[in-house]
Write a protein that binds this ligand. Structure first.
Ligand code: ADP
Ligand code: MG
Length: 719
């Protein structure tokens, strides 16, 4: 086919139809995901080459990075031995000459011929009388015009057989061929108001957000840093706005057919509730309460995640919310992941509400049948105001009389759209979910787009810190003698091991891999009882015990009838024994950072300093383990969560839940957090004002939202 007979290029034109594009090249480009002209236009650079401004030869300084533009005037390729060569050339301009050198790159002789115009960038060295650049970056120039202004050059992700230059040329060709065909989804008024908001959020931006065509041209071939940044801001903002619009539509969809009782605060209720707490609330607690009050007074359900490190005082905030519901003559339930925790919450509530008229019930596995049916009957009759229990029990077929609020404690794993159905009389309760596994804000706003977030960063005053030690070789005796001293002072100790059974037993158990050298609570328990701490009272707790036995053990420990509790991570969640200040963890390398931090939180409940010592099972001592070292270095749960994300990816932390969101091409939620916040607010107000985005101006934007997210988020008809 003759070249000029090719049809005009459209956005959807497949690459092999571009002039000069052979199948081999097209196949290589397909490896980068590039199949159509549109793919190329939206193939964003991963970075830019930013040449230092070119300098006259006389101003070059040894050791200072610099660029120089000139012409090759002399070349020499010397082969010293097979495979060893050195290529040297002189680059000259009107200010002088420098030498460039390449070792073992004989192809440079092809690239850099006499009279070729180049820009070189690198760090010069003075040798003899000349400045010399060894292995500088080279930019070849074809025309005199280019020489006048060296530009920022886009750097793309590459694949075999595709060079930077190939991509730059391809992108330039495509942008030229499809000029005028770009669909602008953001009308001028929206670009202007967005620019305004972005500036108010502290993002540097001159003028309005550039049009799509300008933005694409500037992201690929920037005139300068500022125009590239403006282009990037526009493209990032658009991508995040589309995502946030989808999430806002989804929130609206979820809430429009849900109706909740407005539970309104008043100054009197507020004072009455706050009076019940034996301490001043921290300012973080007060802020969270403020946010919750705002949500609960609405007619659609609150869906809020309260996150805060272990011991940051989340329970108090939840108690406030529950009392607000009760003050408005509604019921509240509080769900805990384990019976031990449920009982603990029940006790806490009874303490705080002692002498009030609030009726509190407990529903858990160890109740007798008649106790259980009595509690269920009371809940249905409205004779219980606050019902505490384990999740499994409360999700059953319980009928409430007038349920207003549902609190879920220590829930780590939930994603977009995971809502629990707990309705009563056709109304939906408000939801407050608590988690001690901090989720970075960027993550929360994307993955958990339909969840509001409150954070407790500050700890209640008077909290002792925990000293974390990584066990060195031969530390065992020293450590146990330290533990013994603390026990003799009247403190208590946790000992944690990763597994329940010894390896012999494990072989008989399905689902347990049997491995010789993994610590198990049973072997540890035996060892402590017989050898290490024979003179102390030691309890054993693990997930395979009957829940009644677990409770008994736990209670004995919290009442001080055991000095030591040997346990699996059952104690990870929420157990509150202020007198326990020492913890030993075996097989520490088997636990996640977040989990270890949770465990550590168990010994910072009181006013005595805590001590944690980590032992590993494997060959590597704890001191050689990156994660354990991090744990030793910081007590900040948020920093650890970020590190956990970095080291293990979010998958583990979020329980492998599908996020349901489209992959992002240019935005990076953690890097672009400020833009994300603006996009979210903008999306929310757009949807508040115009829930279906029904206006001719927004038609294209809506179409894009639907195209990207309609199916994924089940947003209903694609218009
Ligand atoms: P978590 O966030 O781990 O659930 P809790 O709510 O169990 O934390 O609180 C930990 C401890 O701190 C509890 O004993 C609680 O009574 C206490 N506490 C909570 N808030 C405050 C406060 N503002 N001042 C002093 N102590 C507080
Ligand atoms: Mg808690």
């Amino acid at each position: 086919m003759e070249e000029n007979s090719k049809p005009p290029v459209r956005m959807s034109t497949p690459l092999p139809f571009l002039s000069g594009m052979g199948n081999v090249r097209a196949n290589r480009l397909a490896k980068l995901g590039l199949r159509t002209a549109q793919d190329v236009a939206f193939f964003f650079p991963r970075d830019y080459e930013r040449p230092a401004p070119p300098r006259p030869v006389g101003e070059l300084r040894e050791g200072e990075p610099a660029s120089l533009i000139g012409k090759i005037t002399d070349v020499e390729l010397a082969s010293r031995s097979p495979g060893k060569s050195v290529f040297g050339a002189i680059v000259e301009n009107e200010t002088g000459a420098v030498r460039i050198l390449f070792f073992n790159q004989p192809y440079r002789a092809e690239q850099l011929r006499v009279d070729q115009k180049v820009m070189i960038s690198g760090t010069p060295k003075l040798t003899g009388l000349r400045m010399e650049f060894v292995h500088p970056q080279i930019t070849l120039f074809d025309s005199d015009e280019d020489i006048a202004k060296p530009k920022m050059l886009a750097l793309y992700s590459l694949t075999e057989g595709v060079r930077q230059k190939d991509l730059r040329v391809l992108v330039a060709d495509v942008l030229e061929a499809v000029a005028g065909q770009f669909v602008e989804v953001m009308p001028l008024s929206l670009r202007e108001s967005s620019a305004q908001q972005l500036r108010e959020a502290g993002i540097e931006l001159a003028g309005t957000l550039p049009e799509i065509e300008t933005a694409l041209q500037q992201i690929h071939q920037p005139t300068n840093e500022a125009s590239m940044q403006a282009a990037r801001t526009r493209l990032v903002f658009q991508e995040l706005l589309v995502m946030q619009l989808a999430l806002a539509m989804r929130r609206r969809k979820l809430t429009s057919d849900l109706k909740s009782p407005p539970l309104t605060p008043s100054a009197m209720i507020d004072a009455r509730i706050l009076n019940r707490f034996p301490f001043e609330l921290t300012s973080d607690q007060l802020r969270a309460i403020q946010e919750i009050k705002g949500d609960m007074s609405c007619q659609f359900p609150m869906n809020r995640l309260l996150q805060g490190d272990v011991g940051s005082g989340k329970t108090v905030v939840a108690v406030y919310a529950m009392m607000l519901a009760v003050a408005n003559e509604h019921q509240a339930v509080m769900m805990a992941p384990t019976e031990v925790l449920a009982r603990q919450h029940f006790d806490t509530l009874n303490k705080i509400l002692a002498g009030s008229r609030v009726r509190i019930g407990l529903l858990c596995g160890s109740l007798t049948k008649s106790q259980r049916s009595k509690t269920i009957r009371q809940a249905a009759a409205g004779e219980i105001d606050i019902l505490v229990g384990t999740q499994a029990l409360l999700y059953g077929d319980i009928q409430f009389n007038k349920l207003g609020l549902c609190v879920i404690d220590e829930q780590h794993k939930f994603g977009v759209g995971q809502r629990v159905a707990l309705r009563s009389g056709g109304v939906d309760p408000h939801y407050l979910v608590m988690s001690a596994t901090p989720i970075p804000r960027s993550m929360a706003m994307t993955l958990f787009g339909d969840v509001e977030l409150s954070t407790l960063r500050e700890k209640p005053p008077g909290r002792a810190t925990v000293n974390t030690y990584l066990a060195h070789d031969g530390w065992k005796d020293r450590w146990w003698s330290f533990v013994r001293d603390r026990l003799q002072e009247g403190r208590q100790a946790f000992v944690v091991a990763p597994r329940v059974l010894s390896s012999n037993d494990a072989e008989e158990e399905k689902g347990e891999e049997a491995s010789e050298d993994v610590s198990s609570v049973e072997t540890v328990y035996q060892d402590l009882c017989e050898k290490t701490l024979p003179d102390f009272r030691i309890g054993l707790l693990h997930g395979r015990m009957r829940s009644e036995d677990k409770l008994q053990t736990m209670r004995a420990f919290s009442e001080g009838r055991f000095d030591v509790l040997v346990s699996t991570t059952v104690i990870e969640v929420g157990i509150d024994v202020p007198n326990a200040t020492v913890m030993t963890i075996f097989g520490a390398e088997r636990f996640g950072l977040a989990q270890l931090h949770q465990l550590r939180g168990r010994i910072s409940r009181g006013s005595h300093a805590g001590h944690l010592c980590l032992f590993t099972d494997g060959d590597l001592p704890p001191t050689e383990n990156e994660r354990l070292k991090l744990l030793e270095e910081t007590e900040d749960g948020f920093a650890l969560a970020e590190a956990d994300f970095r080291l293990r990816g979010p998958g583990d932390l979020l329980g492998r839940k599908q996020s349901g969101l489209a992959p992002l091409r240019i935005a990076d939620p953690s890097r672009d957090l400020e833009i994300l916040i603006v996009a979210r607010a903008m999306a929310q107000s757009m949807i508040d004002e115009n829930p279906e985005l029904d206006s001719p101006e927004l038609e294209r934007l809506k179409a894009q939202v639907m195209r990207r997210y309609g199916k994924r988020l089940d947003l209903g008809d694609v218009a």
